[in-house]
Ligand binder design. Structure first.
Ligand code: KIV
Ligand code: ZN
Length: 512
């Protein structure tokens, strides 16, 4: 039997560190459920000690998920580790992931610690964590830029203390495949007790090589765990992308010779869910999950694919969930068909009452739009009326007027802390007028750093999905709104971003 490659997903932790990608705990739980459907081996649910919100999210996920191991990150100190263990109580399988930087640069400039102090802290932290849980992962942050002799000492010591997984991060995305693969191989050869731990790779994508480096770590270095995120979400240029690594290892089983437990048919739904939740749009030419990933435009290719699919296709679109991309429901569809589709999409609503609310929203949408796609369903279950997330601002209605030669004007009604507000403004266009009308009441002072519109299911008949990124006092948030009317979608996205700015402000305050 082939060796197994463990898939460790860190969308909810490293992915969330991407500016604007912060998620509420209910959003995280929804994504964790989808990761469980995908059969991800380990879900890094958050960094429990970093805020009360993160603690609660890890706790919620640890209690809800049964099949995947749930992991919390923690710095290498007793307080963080205890907090992680507390959040993980009740998990069917739990892991503490503790880390400390080991590169000369990080130790001297960031930690202001000597190598001896770092070695001692790493050792004591793993010992402390092993007294709380059996499954402990240790990461030397900026490991790839660390001195080889020192790194060997730290990793040997942490394995001796009981670390069950050793993860070697390329924290700043500096590695190239051959050198990273050799780095992992050398560590495993030089460390006498290296066979007592599973070796893991964690690569950032600053030079666009995160997936290639991870694969080299697996093939050349013998790593048997890959850390990755859906859509490659993550700080700066992101992390190694789950869908790419999984499909590379599966498609080239002949070369890698490794088994992977992922149920790839749920990949596309996971990608859509993460994109719609965070507002990070997937580029059309993105491998595996981009809109063009299986589209053949040139006549020669189309002709070839019609004669024999494998002339131009190395993977089957339906194996990663693309067959689900069809018209699924319409105006006449009943509640049972809707409920079944929700289940197939991995959306678990809390109660029958929630299904009723979502179904009512679906019917409203079906009245305005004859064809309802999976993406529409995923967008509507993110709606506040279905998620019950108490939001400060909530959209009610909008009217706007625009005519060639006249300055557009918008009048909006929304609620602020439950009270109805009416506001009007003109602007350069109807979207500008609507957002100015909101801002003239809210006075957030936030700067808009991104505005984008995406047709959810391709045509002009589709719902527009708008992402608005706001920045205020150094904080960045993304708001997402969907509606067949893109002016309404824009207003919803703006209100959603204001809500996130508000909740993020609370989170920072809670950390003191
Ligand atoms: O990139 C990194 O070094 C990390 C560690 C905390 C594992 O995310
Ligand atoms: Zn990272």
């Amino acid at each position: 039997m082939a060796d197994k490659l463990i898939i460790f997903d860190t969308t909810l932790r490293d992915g969330e560190q991407s500016p604007g990608a912060s998620m509420t705990k209910d959003e995280k739980l929804r994504i964790a459920r989808q990761l469980e459907r995908l059969k991800v081996d380990v879900i890094e649910a958050g960094f429990a000690a970093s805020s009360n919100g993160d603690f609660e999210a890890v706790q919620l996920i640890a209690r809800a998920i049964r099949d995947s191991t749930i992991c919390s990150l923690s710095r290498a100190n007793d307080r963080d580790i205890s907090r992680a263990a507390e959040a993980l109580q009740g998990a069917a399988h739990s892991r503490i992931h503790t880390f400390i930087a080991t590169s000369a640069l990080h130790m001297e400039k960031k930690l202001r610690m000597t190598p001896e102090q770092v070695l001692e802290q790493a050792r004591l932290s793993v010992r402390f964590a092993r007294n709380l849980v059996a499954d402990v992962e240790f990461s030397p942050e900026d490991g790839y830029r660390s001195d080889m002799d020192f790194l060997c000492k730290v990793l040997e010591a942490t394995i001796a203390e009981g670390a069950t997984t050793i993860n070697v991060p390329d924290t700043v995305g500096y590695a190239v495949p051959e050198l990273y693969g050799t780095f992992i191989k050398t560590l495993r050869e030089r460390i006498p007790n290296s066979d007592k731990a599973v070796w893991s790779v964690h690569c950032h994508n600053d030079l666009g090589m995160a997936v290639a480096n991870s694969l080299a770590g697996v093939k050349m270095g013998g790593a048997r765990q890959v850390e990755c995120t859906i859509n490659g979400l993550g700080e700066r240029a992101g992390n190694c992308s789950l869908e790419e690594i999984v499909m590379a290892v599966k498609t080239r089983q002949d070369y890698f010779g490794l088994d992977i437990g992922i149920d790839t048919r749920h990949i596309l739904a996971a990608s859509r869910m993460v994109s719609q939740t965070t507002g990070f749009v997937v580029q059309p030419n993105k491998a595996v999950v981009g809109a063009n990933a299986f589209a053949h435009a040139s006549g020669i290719h189309q002709d070839g694919v019609l004669k024999a699919r494998d002339t131009y296709e190395i993977m089957r679109a339906e194996d990663v969930g693309w067959s689900a991309n069809k018209i699924v429901l319409g105006k006449l569809s009943g509640r049972n068909a809707f409920k079944q589709r929700l289940q197939e999409l991995g959306v678990a609503l809390e109660s029958e009452a929630d299904i009723n609310t979502a179904f009512a929203r679906f019917k409203e949408l079906a009245d305005r739009k004859s064809e309802i796609f999976d993406e529409d369903i995923l967008a509507l279950v993110n709606d506040e009326s279905v998620t019950h997330e108490k939001e400060q601002f909530s959209f009610v209605s909008l009217s706007q007027h625009s005519e060639t030669g006249e300055r557009p004007h918008a009048a909006i009604v929304f609620t602020a802390l439950g009270k109805e507000v009416r506001s009007e403004s003109d602007g350069n266009g109807p979207v500008d007028a609507s957002l100015k009308a909101i801002e003239s009441h809210v006075k957030s002072g936030a700067e808009m750093v991104l505005y984008s519109v995406n047709a959810i299911s391709g045509s002009t008949e589709s719902q527009g999905e708008v992402t608005v990124r706001l920045q205020n006092s150094g904080r960045v948030v993304n708001g997402v709104g969907a509606d067949p009317d893109i002016v309404v979608a824009s207003a919803k996205a703006y209100l959603s971003a204001l809500n996130k700015l508000q909740s993020k402000a609370d989170r920072v305050a809670a950390q003191g």
